[in-house]
Design a protein around this ligand. Structure first.
Ligand code: NOJ
Length: 581
């Protein structure tokens, strides 16, 4: 009754203020309608590499629990944790064998419950991966599906009976032959796997499968989790007649794999069955093939997902294809496409990418700290929900392994084998891995300067980056000017200034190849962000004098000289400045 009265009062207040001042929720652009997930600062934890509690060399849930106060101290408000479900670990948990179980390496359901409770007690939300484009081949559904063509689970997956001949070629991202069809003699048929052979694709055309997935989602939502990240879901819908695709399509397979068939129908059904019934957020992996796709995925009136996660920046081939001009242009383009409707994530790294500082900054001893801070300033001052990858708050760098034996990523190992089998250029591939391998982002979190960086008392599942003696939490915690403590200042600033979440973004000095400059503006308040992306001093032309500006944050220990208050400002190498105008 009390609630009913309160909502009536709210409706009347809104109606009244609309007639009086012409502002009510309906006048606010959709993207400025307040939501917790827009205001969230998401910290991504790769559980395998975060903290090992039992000495088996693999990070685990108890390890994360032991670091909850650290996570809280960062000022982040949500955690996205990579898959922790039961899995034979062909793809480090992205091959789920039981969606309601916890991976043995990581602990037990009691540990999970304690983790969730510990996060919630600290006011931090939890977002979980939902990996349902495919399961593991060791999932009970697949085990059953394989047994006979008449199994009730047969249609949970995509099968092609061999008497029809070989199925039309489908490219696999992880397969050693790039072949997404695997022959299974048990029933004389091929099954489809866009990723590895141990990751058979689920058949979303089957309503039984879809409802199994919704039940799984409800199981986790009932436990109290706060969101889902939909892994590879853009691939879930397929043309199951499997027509032949144009020769060479695999060089640009996204238009053939992503956003096919009834994908939007499945998402709307998922929304109706699950999202609409819980206060959970949903984030896509990717953003479709165009702005139109992305809007159709996340605009509020579509009732599908909450936010897109565009890959454009991390997909920019580096070092060849990257330039700051391209980088700026693409972020500005995304911002303007989503200025009024929809919402996107902002990130520069995750578990599938090289380390942020090695890729977009400068990981040399001279500039690592400055450029890490500068990149963090970018992520935390853009419009969109920041997703910040664990270890970047310390300025962790690429490990850049030289030997194939040091790599653990199945995708890299299979590609290496493929090149060996086909006489490909191994040397070139090793160079590419050194810079871009997913394992660069997966080396253990560097807690201190003791053996194995304090990550484990055993042998780590993947080598620790040898620079842990210099780059580690213990060293940074006590240094007020560390990358870590600078990151904390940024989270505080974002939480104190809603303009950094909702404020209008406006790029300045667009053709400047060295400096990224923009303002954020909301309700008469304005901030200016200046970022030098180079290792030399660089000038930025602001076209108006900022002599009355108030400096809010600077990534150098010494604040800038007076010349920083003119209309043309000279920035020091990798300098980042935030002003209140
Ligand atoms: C995207 C995930 O981020 C990646 O780590 C995984 O290998 C693939 N999807 C397959 O699940």
């Amino acid at each position: 009754m009390r609630l009913y009265l309160l909502s009536l009062i709210f409706v009347f207040t809104c109606l009244f203020s609309c007639t009086q001042t012409a502002i009510c929720q309906s006048d606010i652009p959709e993207s400025n309608v307040k939501k917790w997930w827009k205001e969230a600062i998401v910290y991504q934890i790769y559980p395998r590499s975060f903290k090992d509690s039992d000495g088996d060399g693999i990070g685990d849930l108890k390890g994360i629990i032991s670091k909850l106060d650290y996570i809280k101290s960062l000022g982040v408000t949500a955690v996205w944790i990579n898959p922790i479900y039961s899995s034979p670990n062909d793809d480090n948990g992205y091959d789920v064998s039981d969606y309601r179980g916890i991976m043995k390496d990581f602990g037990t359901m009691a540990d999970f419950d304690a983790l969730l409770k510990g996060l919630h007690q600290r006011g931090i939300k939890l977002v979980m991966d939902l990996v349902v484009n495919h399961s593991s081949d060791e999932h009970e559904w697949f085990k059953q599906s394989r047994t006979s063509r008449t199994s009730p689970y047969r249609d949970y997956y995509h099968w092609w009976n061999a008497e029809r001949g070989k199925p039309p070629y489908r490219y696999s991202l992880f397969d050693v032959n790039h072949d997404a069809w695997k022959y299974d003699s048990l029933t004389n048929a091929y099954y489809l796997h866009y990723f590895s052979r141990k990751q058979p694709d689920l058949n979303w055309e089957n309503p039984k499968l879809r409802h199994e997935v919704y039940d799984i989602m409800k199981f986790w939502a009932d436990k109290g989790i706060d969101g889902f990240r939909l892994d590879a879901f853009g691939f879930a819908a397929k043309d199951t007649s499997f027509p032949a695709l144009p020769e060479g399509y695999e060089k640009n397979f996204m238009p053939y794999y992503s956003m096919q068939g009834n994908l939007h129908g499945y998402l709307q059904e998922m929304n109706k069955e699950v999202f609409s019934k819980y206060n959970v957020m949903s984030v896509a992996e990717g953003a479709g093939n165009s702005f139109k796709d992305a809007h159709n995925l996340v605009d509020a009136d579509r009732n599908e997902l909450n936010m897109a996660y565009p890959f454009d920046a991390v997909d920019m081939p580096k070092p060849e294809g990257y330039s700051l001009l391209r980088f700026k242009e693409l972020f500005s383009r995304w911002d303007s496409a989503f200025a009024n409707k929809g919402w996107v994530a902002v990130f520069l790294a995750n578990h599938d990418q090289a380390r942020m500082v090695s890729r977009f900054g400068n990981d040399s001893p001279e500039f690592r700290e400055l450029s890490s801070k500068m990149l963090s300033t970018f992520i935390m001052t853009m419009r969109g929900t920041p997703y910040y990858y664990n270890g970047d708050e310390l300025g962790m760098t690429n490990a850049g392994f030289d030997k194939i034996e040091d790599y653990k990523d199945m995708a890299a190992l299979n590609e290496y084998q493929r090149l060996k089998n086909t006489g490909g250029d191994i040397q070139l591939f090793m160079e590419q891995l050194k810079f871009g391998s997913r394992d660069n982002g997966r080396t253990p979190f560097q807690w201190n300067g003791s053996t194995n960086a304090g990550f484990t008392s055993g042998t780590p599942w993947i080598n620790v980056n040898p620079n842990y003696k210099v780059i580690n939490y213990a060293a940074e915690q006590n240094d007020p000017n560390s990358v870590l403590n600078y990151f904390r200042k940024l989270t505080k600033l974002r939480k104190q200034n809603q303009l950094l979440v909702y404020g209008k973004y406006n790029e300045l000095d667009k053709t400047n190849p060295d400096v990224y400059a923009y303002t954020r503006e909301l309700a008469g308040q304005k901030m200016l962000v200046l970022l030098n992306f180079t290792k030399t001093a660089a000038r930025v032309n602001l076209s108006s004098n900022i002599s009355t500006a108030q400096l809010v944050l600077c990534n150098y220990d010494k604040v800038p000289q007076k010349n920083k208050y003119a209309s043309v400002v000279t920035l020091r190498p990798y300098e980042a400045l935030i002003y209140k105008l």
